[in-house]
Design a protein around this ligand. Structure first.
Ligand code: ADP
Ligand code: MG
Length: 321
């Protein structure tokens, strides 16, 4: 549905490109989570896809149609790309009612009156806003405003929707339920979506696939399982939480999640890395041991029943996948 080919963009007056030679294919119906630190170029990539920014090089195709091509000078205006946008603050029209905000993107030429009314009613129902149709945005909660922003973006039946940090202005207590609401709306409409976030929990919870963005490039792309359990490098590993560094005999380095490791009191066939328990910590959620060996310090979850004590010599291993 979306094909990005070797896209780059450097802002005038800056020394490095915000987006560097990025290629990405997003199939129909996929929800791709784009995660990366602030300033890594996520918003710039969204602006390039939506047409708010012109690429210096590369090509973008939406549903097989070229919408931007730096070399061939193809340029399709943002409103003709059939790409919906949802921003952090919703960017709603404050002087329009909920229903009129939704209908706004439905041009009179393309959608006759009855169709506009039907689509609007349908969108309000899908987002659970049917009882609020005559309210104004300031009379809605933060979560309702974000649902309205999604309804408005989906109304003109875009081929693709881009959500740029849609949860970051929300009350932490409400975030989770709003995240689930928006996810079920996206799933119900079978739309292809890219959700930008700096929150790795959002990415793991929402993405069919996750792309890790760093300094304008995709560092790793894969399923949440692959990204979490098999990070390609230390950067990807640490972004998603604690990881133990393991140097393989063949010289390769792997990052292993604490819960993917285990400690045994005796050396066994599979547990054969000698380590010493330096500290046992109760995090409330579980007990974890900090162990020291030739490879440095690792964190490994343990249970009370293991009976390990600080100072014990034990044997560590990576659990089988
Ligand atoms: P993110 O969304 O991941 O936080 P952005 O795409 O907003 O990252 O920014 C990427 C880089 O480009 C940053 O270094 C930022 O300062 C720079 N940048 C963003 N917008 C502009 C602009 N309009 N002019 C110059 N530099 C910009
Ligand atoms: Mg941004």
């Amino acid at each position: 549905m979306l094909s990005i080919q070797n896209i780059s963009r450097q802002y005038p007056g800056t020394s490095t490109p915000a987006v560097r030679n990025v290629s990405l294919e997003v199939p129909q119906g996929e929800i791709l989570a784009l995660v990366g630190q602030s300033g890594s170029g996520k918003t710039t990539l969204m602006r390039l896809i939506s047409g708010l920014e012109i690429p210096d090089s590369g090509k973008i195709l939406v549903d097989g149609t070229e919408v931007a091509d730096a070399a061939g000078k193809t340029w399709v205006a943002p409103h003709k790309r059939r790409v919906g946008l949802v921003f952090q603050d919703g960017a709603l029209f404050p002087h329009l009612t909920v229903a009129k905000n939704v209908a706004y993107g439905l041009s009179r030429k393309e959608f006759p009156k009855e169709e506009r009314q039907a689509i609007t009613a349908n969108m309000l129902e899908m987002t659970g806003l049917q009882d609020y149709r005559d309210r104004f945005p300031h009379q809605l909660s933060g979560g309702e405003r974000q649902r309205l922003a999604v309804a408005r973006a989906l109304a003109p039946k875009p081929k693709l929707i881009l959500l740029d940090e849609p949860f970051s202005n929300l009350d932490p207590a409400l975030r989770l339920s709003i995240r689930e609401d928006i996810l079920s709306i996206l799933r119900a409409s079978d739309i292809t979506a890219i959700l930008v976030t700096h929150d790795t929990d959002d990415a793991l919870a929402i993405g069919d696939r996750i792309a890790v963005f760093r300094e304008g490039q995709i560092e790793q792309i894969g399923s949440p399982y692959e990204i979490y359990h098999h990070p390609q490098n230390g950067y990807c590993a640490r972004l998603f939480g604690p990881a133990n560094c393991l140097h393989q005999a063949d010289g390769k380095t792997e990052w292993i999640r604490p819960e993917d490791m285990q400690l045994k009191p005796e050396k066994t066939e599979d547990s054969d890395i000698a380590v010493k328990v330096c500290e046992i910590r109760d995090t409330g959620r579980h007990l974890e041991a900090r162990v020291q060996g030739d490879q440095g310090t690792w964190i490994v979850p343990i249970t009370k029943e293991d009976g390990f004590q600080e100072g014990d010599s034990v044997w560590g291993s990576v659990k089988e996948d």
